[in-house]
Design a protein around this ligand. Structure first.
Ligand SMILES: Nc1nc2c(ncn2[C@@H]2O[C@H](COP(=O)(O)OP(=O)(O)OP(=O)(O)O)[C@@H](O)[C@H]2O)c(=O)[nH]1
Ligand SMILES: [Mg+2]
Length: 471
């Protein structure tokens, strides 16, 4: 796989109440970009990110699912790599959601267009605020009976205030939902239900023209508000041209003055391309974060800070580890600065110990594939998400957030809920930094294209004990 420059990477957490369609949405996005040959479905156990046997059986996400979509929005030559972090919505697994959301630079908060904002919607909103990441709402299930754009917007306004602003309008309702009006470009994007997720771009239907104009003006007003130069232009011209509206929307979203609202039917693959282009055009790249930092080991409390930049020395942030009796420790991490080379020996700040990083691979659900940089000296940079098999303990943390995640994870180990009685928490019986062992419960095949035979993870003794506790 191509090494992407930092400006062409988006790290996006997919969060929301349970059952709002997050995992289905990720599968639709992957099918739309051609990463999968057919549209994976949660209901059929064929989604990309719910690949664990438990997840397939329960038809719900239990832990972090990683995938990536390579997408070039119209009018942009180069592709952008969108790393998708599919996170559980069930309150039982919400600690997992929070611990991995830390690695995202922006979030899509998925809403059921029939129910509006729900309990977990507020919870994940608070996490986004805590981690200071921009966000957008996705009204999903738009094809559902009694789904309503108007009621969903009212619900979002009631709970989150007026910053929720539609950047799209639905075309057709409930079973007839078949596209969106793009309120930035002022065009209709028409989709074929169950199709390839790519729209035909047409003029706005006459019956929607007035509503679209009104919603467009509202959007323009909200974008201009809080930006003096745009406000001046707005007063002068009475509107903003698209070339100013897009960067204006981007700035407003990054400053969290606006939370854009988009809409989809994940199951029918409607709205997918529009959503991907929005993420590429509006969401920030990792380099737009000011700095990454951590408190140095050794108890002195000195803070080490680094710019999120390729030219800086290498630093990584591990946001999840899996352990498997056969495949060894699998480490999900984010490159925060510098360029990582395969077989690099790094220093684990928390343990002041050297770590050898081997078998750097990219993650697509349960598929692990070698990146082009393989074992040669050419490294992978760009603040990307990758996984590696490290022989020793998981490398630790370089920024405050990681430090925070570590503390949260170690809490989990000692929490009474982890005694094995909880439905799913028994899946995480050990401290993360000792190697969480959901791998023990994962019989799924990790395929490696790094020159090794595909591997099947099998159940370890921990898994059997945990399963005993579950039943
Ligand atoms: N009709 C319809 N069904 C949908 C849509 N999106 C998801 N579903 C169905 O809703 C169910 C739940 O979808 P998931 O993608 O697992 O929901 P989730 O938000 O990932 O759920 P958790 O992982 O438990 O938080 C599945 O059966 C999907 O097929 C949609 O837009 N329309
Ligand atoms: Mg899910």
């Amino acid at each position: 796989m191509k090494a992407y420059a930092t400006k062409d990477i988006r790290n996006v957490g997919i969060v929301g109440h349970g059952g709002t369609g997050k995992t289905q949405l990720v599968s639709s996005l992957l099918f739309t970009v051609g990463a999968t040959q057919r549209l994976g479905k949660v209901a059929e156990g064929s989604s990309t990110t719910d690949w664990d046997e438990e997840e397939i059986g329960r038809k719900m996400s239990i832990q972090t699912g990683l995938a990536y979509a390579e997408w070039a929005p119209p009018g942009r030559g180069d592709k952008v790599k969108i790393n998708l972090i599919d996170l559980p919505g069930s309150i039982t697994f919400i600690n997992e959601t929070k611990a991995s959301l830390v690695a995202a630079d922006a979030a899509l908060i998925v809403i059921d267009a029939h129910s509006g904002a729900q309990v977990t919607t507020e919870r994940v909103w608070d996490y986004c605020t805590e981690f200071d990441i921009p966000r957008a709402f996705v009204l999903n299930w738009m094809d559902r009976e009694l789904s309503s754009f108007r009621r969903s917007m009212e619900s979002l306004h009631d709970v989150f205030g007026r910053s929720a602003v539609a950047v799209q309008l639905p075309i057709g309702e409930e079973k007839d939902f078949h596209g969106v009006v793009d309120l930035v470009a002022m065009k209709a994007n028409l989709y074929k239900p169950g199709g390839d997720g790519k729209p035909s771009i047409e003029e706005i239907p006459a019956d929607l023209a007035a509503a679209a104009q009104e919603a467009h003006e509202k959007l323009v007003e909200m974008v201009a508000e809080g930006d003096d130069a745009l406000m001046e232009e707005f007063f002068e011209k009475g509107t903003l041209p698209v070339e100013d509206l897009v960067p204006g929307l981007r700035r407003a979203a990054l400053e969290k003055r606006i939370v854009p609202v988009l809409m989809t039917s994940a199951l029918l693959n409607i709205g997918s391309a529009s959503l991907l282009s929005f993420v590429a055009d509006v969401f920030p790249h990792p380099g737009e974060r000011v700095a990454a930092g951590t408190t140095q080991a050794g108890g002195k409390g000195d803070r080490a800070e680094r710019k999120v930049d390729d030219a800086q020395p290498l630093s990584l942030f591990v946001f999840k580890t899996l352990a498997d009796p056969f495949a060894g420790r699998i480490t999900y991490y984010k490159v925060m600065s510098g360029v990582l080379k395969n077989d690099a020996t790094l220093t684990n700040l928390n343990h002041s110990a050297p770590e050898r990083f081997q078998h750097i691979q990219v993650v697509q659900g349960k598929q692990l594939s070698g990146n082009n940089h393989g074992r040669d000296a050419r490294g992978q940079g760009g603040h990307d998400f990758l996984q590696a098999r490290a022989h020793s303990r998981a490398i630790d943390h370089i920024c405050d957030r990681a430090e925070d995640a570590r503390r949260r994870r170690s809490h989990r180990g000692g929490h009474p809920q982890n005694s094995g009685r909880g439905r799913g928490l028994a899946l995480f019986p050990r401290r993360a930094d000792q190697g969480i062992s959901p791998g023990g419960l994962r019989p799924a095949a990790y395929r490696s294209s790094c020159g090794e035979a595909p591997q099947t993870l099998s159940r370890g003794p921990d898994a059997q004990a945990a399963e005993g506790a579950l039943s």
